[in-house]
Ligand binder design. Structure first.
Ligand code: OSB
Ligand code: MG
Length: 369
């Protein structure tokens, strides 16, 4: 495979409703799309999940554009690539910048799958024909508002509810949710808002039969999480802290978590995501696929990854219509009774709509040498 041309596009899409986490609120979604073309008129598509501000991790849309333009595209363009696994190997001397690497690596995976005329899911080794999904619910103004939302999502068929928490919006909130919905699969995501001093609060959450508590402590910690996990019956799931299979090995070895959230962007692409999946499978650590409010392109990559066998818990990949009035792909992603049917077309399996993409594009640049 040879990538002859890459186009970067900066898009801005309205979110139907603001999404709030412990670190901030998203009103709209700005991100980079990567289109990688070969000589046969085929395009592979990837999406950067870096946000505008470095609050989830240290990357931003601007740092990703810089990394792609000045380091990553020059590493790939016009070079012979025998398999997409070679892409992350080529990038390995460049430290971190995982979301930037993942954006173009994803385009290379899609292009490769299209060249061999296989769905991306099958190309990765995935076998599931449909995947089970849950939904992530941001911090709301009132508990009543949250309960109404959960009621809607339960009715829509979502199989697992994730509620964002932060200090001051935690135990009382989860208590009310559990009271109203005694038997739903329920979990909480703190996005690193707590410290070891908050252990009593985390212990209080133990009484609500949560399937997990996601990333309670610092985004760079795996040591203190092991101390918390020892004190809790509820499994801890790590998100922000896991960047590589080495991180997963250390976290599992230390007992810092019992479940891992795999986000393709956070770990530097599909090849690394698969490595973490394989390690966790071998060590009986269930994984699930996290979300970053992706457009249809990133969502399609998440769906393909989730077809791997050890994605045994519902992920955050909800329907397109939960985020956007109009998605970039055809058909858009739909959820029926909590399941997404995996497409069987080659590559990501959804067709990017160029007219719609152009409508959301605020900057575009093409690289071909
Ligand atoms: O921690 O999983 C997270 C959104 C933005 C940043 C971090 C996270 C999230 C979500 C939303 O939970 C997942 C989604 O619906 O895409
Ligand atoms: Mg999270």
């Amino acid at each position: 495979m040879k990538i002859k041309e890459v186009t970067l596009r900066h898009l801005k899409m309205n979110l139907k409703a603001p999404f709030s986490t412990s670190f901030g609120t998203f009103k709209d979604k700005e991100f980079i799309l990567v289109e990688a073309k070969n000589d046969h008129g085929q395009s592979g598509w990837g999406e950067s999940v870096a946000f505008m501000s470095p609050l989830y991790n240290e990357e931003t849309l601007q740092t990703n554009w810089h990394m792609l333009e000045d380091f990553l595209i020059p590493q790939l363009i016009n070079k012979e690539i025998s398999h997409p696994d070679d892409v992350s190997a080529r990038f390995s001397p460049i430290r971190r910048n995982h979301m930037a690497k993942s954006a173009i690596e994803g385009a290379a995976w899609d292009l490769y799958a299209k060249e061999v005329a296989k769905p991306l899911a099958a190309t990765l080794g995935g076998e599931k024909k449909k995947i089970e999904v849950g939904i992530s619910i941001g911090i709301q103004k009132t508990i009543d508002g949250l309960l109404k939302l959960i009621d809607e999502y339960v009715t829509e068929g979502y199989k697992r509810m994730k509620v964002k928490i932060k200090p001051g919006w935690d135990v009382d909130v989860i208590r009310e949710v559990r009271k109203q919905f005694p038997s739903i699969q329920l979990m909480a995501d703190a996005n690193s808002a707590y410290t070891l001093e908050d252990l009593p609060i985390l212990k209080e959450l133990d009484q609500f039969d949560l399937i997990m508590i996601e990333q309670p402590l610092a985004s760079d910690d795996i040591v203190d999480h092991a101390r918390v996990q020892k004190e809790l019956a509820t499994p801890i799931c790590l998100d922000e802290s896991i960047h590589s299979v080495e991180d997963a090995r250390k976290a599992v070895g230390l007992g810092s978590c019992k479940i891992i959230n795999i986000k393709i962007g956070r770990v530097g692409g599909l090849t690394n995501a698969k490595k973490i999946h394989d390690f966790c499978k071998e060590h009986h650590i269930p994984v699930w696929c996290g979300g970053m409010l992706e457009s249809g392109i990133g969502r399609a990559h998440n769906i393909a990854l989730t077809t791997l066998a050890n994605f045994t818990m519902p992920g955050d990949t909800a329907a397109s219509s939960r985020y956007f009035d109009q998605d970039l792909i055809e058909p858009e992603v739909t959820v029926h009774d909590g399941f997404i049917t995996v497409p069987d077309e080659p590559g990501i399996g959804y067709e990017p709509n160029l007219d719609v993409i152009r409508g959301f594009t605020i900057k575009e640049k093409t690289y071909n040498n």
